[in-house]
Design a protein around this ligand. Sequence first.
Ligand SMILES: [Zn+2]
Length: 55
Amino acid sequence: MVKLQCKDYGFECNFSVEGNDLSKIINDFGKHTEEEHGIEYSKESIMQFILRKGQ
Ligand SMILES: [Zn+2]
């Protein structure tokens, strides 16, 4: 399972997404950071977050 939390990326925010559906996690996290924080991460960037967490 993958979990991404906003606070791991420097945001003072309790938002997190988790699950096994990577495309859903990428979409949900990207949508949240764009709408709530005004930062638009590319899908590739979010994939890198996920890959780094797995190491
Ligand atoms: Zn957030």
